[in-house]
Design a protein around this ligand. Structure first.
Ligand code: NAP
Length: 486
């Protein structure tokens, strides 16, 4: 990038995307930035989710930065702690860590006099030209409303707030939910606990997967051949883009039929008791909810100390969970693997844009953004993994890298002095949103299930087109679709 106007940046959040933003800004010669992180460590979702069995079900050789490939992953799908360590290492090696202000939550962010004014916990204040919100997608726990939940006498916590000092061994554990999180916890703890009750409201399709440890020789091979490692990353990226990501946006695609068949065979082959098999069989199509990938969930739920509870939860009592059939499931520990509030994004931060427009009002019906990156009325405010972007069973790192490349081009307009304020035009935003909502109707996510992908209208809050279209959109911003003011 050329020399030009000196710009100051605030990056909100030191997770995968915040660290990426810092590295890329610096690479572009934009070194005047601070990352504000409310916690005391970096790592985002991998810092917050530490439940037993946590792993990433996107292949590790894809779920890493393209510029910091890692030959040392322990498995094709690595555990969460290893991923967190990876982000810490990359941040350290790129000298990003010293630029993170920990324990600093951005409370308000207000556009005044052509700049963003940030009020941060601890009485801090900052004034910047550009804000990059890297606040994550699934961040705020969704706590279920269940009668008597507070009366439970044992330990009870959300999966993203795991209490590691609570003993599980030899005790009776209840898990509410059957999403990716609950499935991973079930497999990880069933061998340790006296009894496990899995409270299932909706059955889930499970995609089989194997995950053997890489041998020392394999890791040495990755280390000694960076070209092969880069090829592996590129091939996985192609595989996901051309395969799964394209398939989910076309419910009638042959690939979707193949996914369905793999899941059905997994269920038929690996669950022996016909009654249990039927209780585990979803009544909607595979990948309508986010597809769960597991090598061992069916084995875990068939252990003699495991029980699948399909009667609905009526209330919680001090001794355990009561289901509508009148049964009390006595428990020592109750885990709420009940997911996240998927529409919160950078909230509860108060964002006030041009002419006093508040984010809560702009998003009153539901979150929306042009290409999931920027919003009318909020100049020079850019999001990584913002609303309605590509989410699902593929690498959000790749998504964030492409978005950051696009954002840097917008920033370059500012730096060259071509304009001082960039927002998408209202027409661009409305047209994009209309097309997006229309296209969403063809996706697998609308084929008859409830999931966190769906917005208040039942329309998937996701990117509804093939991934190559996303790549193409991210290549260069279209000037005519932006209101670039001097
Ligand atoms: P989730 O997919 O939203 O699942 C929440 C579960 O809780 C569902 O089974 C839901 O039932 C149940 N539930 C919610 N409220 C309930 C209530 N009041 N009573 C009974 N059941 C209730 O949440 P998650 O499993 O934490 O996963 C969230 C997302 O995180 C995933 O979709 C994925 O994107 C990501 N994740 C990824 C990985 C990975 O390996 N990459 C691992 C974990 C999570 P219903 O289905 O009936 O609503």
């Amino acid at each position: 990038m050329s020399d030009g106007r000196r710009l100051r940046f605030a990056i909100i959040g030191a997770g995968m995307a915040g660290v990426l933003a810092a590295i890329k800004l610096r690479e572009a010669g934009l070194d005047d930035f601070t990352i504000y992180e409310k916690a005391d460590r970096l790592g985002g979702t991998w810092r917050e989710n530490t439940y037993p069995g946590i792993a990433c079900d996107v292949p590790s050789h894809l779920y890493c930065y393209s510029f910091a490939l890692n030959p040392d992953w322990s498995r094709p799908y690595s555990p969460g702690a290893e991923i967190e360590t990876y982000f810490e290492r990359v941040a350290r090696e790129h000298d990003v860590t010293p630029r993170i202000r920990f324990g600093a939550e951005v409370l308000t962010c207000e556009w005044r006099g052509g700049r963003w004014h940030l009020e941060i916990t601890g009485g801090l204040h900052d004034e910047v030209d550009v804000v990059i919100a890297a606040t994550g997608v699934l961040h705020h726990p969704n706590l279920p409303v269940i009668d008597g939940l507070d009366s439970f006498a044992g330990a009870s916590f959300h999966s993203a707030r795991w209490e590691h000092d609570v003993v599980l061994d030899g005790r009776r554990i209840g898990i509410v939910g059957t999403g990716s999180t609950a499935v991973q916890i079930t497999s990880a703890v069933v061998g340790r606990v006296a009894h496990l009750s899995l409270f299932q409201r909706t059955a889930q399709w499970i995609m089989p997967q194997t995950n053997p440890e890489y041998s020392d020789e394999e890791r040495a091979g990755f280390r000694s051949d960076p070209v092969a490692l880069a090829e592996l990353h590129a091939n996985l990226s192609r595989l996901f883009a051309d395969g799964f990501s394209n398939a989910v946006v076309d419910a009638d695609s042959p690939q979707m039929a193949m996914v369905q068949e793999l899941c059905r065979t997994n269920l038929e082959t690996n669950v022996t008791d016909p009654a249990l098999r039927e209780r585990l069989r979803p009544d909607y199509r595979a990948a309508c909810k986010r597809l769960i990938v597991s090598p061992d969930f069916y084995a875990a739920i068939q252990q003699s100390n495991a029980e699948l509870v399909t009667d609905a939860i009526e209330r919680v009592e001090p001794a355990g969970v009561c289901t509508v059939d009148g049964r009390l499931h006595e428990l020592d520990v109750l885990v709420l693997a009940t997911g996240f509030k998927a529409d919160a994004f950078m909230r509860p931060m108060q964002l006030v844009g041009r002419d006093g427009v508040r984010l809560d009002d702009a998003w009153a019906p539901r979150p929306c953004a042009y290409l999931s990156i920027s919003m009318t009325d909020f100049p020079n405010f850019f999001m990584l993994n913002g609303p309605n972007g590509p989410v699902g069973n593929f690498s959000l790192i790749e998504v964030a890298e492409l978005q950051m490349g696009y954002i840097l081009q917008l920033i370059e307009w500012l730096r060259r002095g071509e304009c001082r304020e960039i927002t998408p035009t209202r027409v661009a935003m409305e047209q994009f949103e209309a097309e997006r909502s229309e296209a969403a109707g063809h996706t697998i996510w609308t084929t008859g299930c409830k999931s966190w992908y769906l917005d208040d209208r039942g329309i998937p809050a996701t990117w509804p087109w093939p991934f190559h279209r996303f790549r193409a959109e991210m290549e260069a911003p279209e000037r005519a679709l932006f209101d670039a003011r001097a």
